[in-house]
Design a protein around this ligand. Structure first.
Ligand SMILES: [Cu+2]
Length: 103
């Protein structure tokens, strides 16, 4: 049983669509982006998951990216573009600040 599960996982991995870059997870929890700083590469995918019981957004301070409202329990993903330090906030709670460093 255990061996079958592992084999299935291995097959799923092989058969998964080829992603251009790595995948990163940012959790929004207790009015904070976690981790607050994250180093990524252009082409990577970043997924924000909102664990708070109310909506948040993730939007860069300078024009780069802007999520719609991410409702409680929902996620939003983007492919990272550009280079350098990108500060972002929640537009609904601008005291929520974090940074992506794009290498
Ligand atoms: Cu918020």
């Amino acid at each position: 049983m255990r061996a079958h599960s592992l084999l299935l996982l291995a097959l799923m991995h092989v058969c998964a669509p080829v992603a251009a870059g790595e995948r990163h997870m940012i959790v929004i929890d207790a009015m904070e982006f976690k981790p607050r700083t994250l180093s990524v590469r252009a082409g990577d995918t970043v997924t924000f998951t909102n664990k708070d019981p109310f909506p948040h957004t993730a939007a860069s301070v300078k024009p780069a990216f802007s999520s719609p409202e991410i409702r409680s329990g929902k996620s939003w993903s983007m492919v990272v573009r550009g280079k350098g330090d990108v500060d972002y906030i929640c537009t609904l709670h601008p005291t929520m600040k974090a940074r992506l460093t794009i290498r």
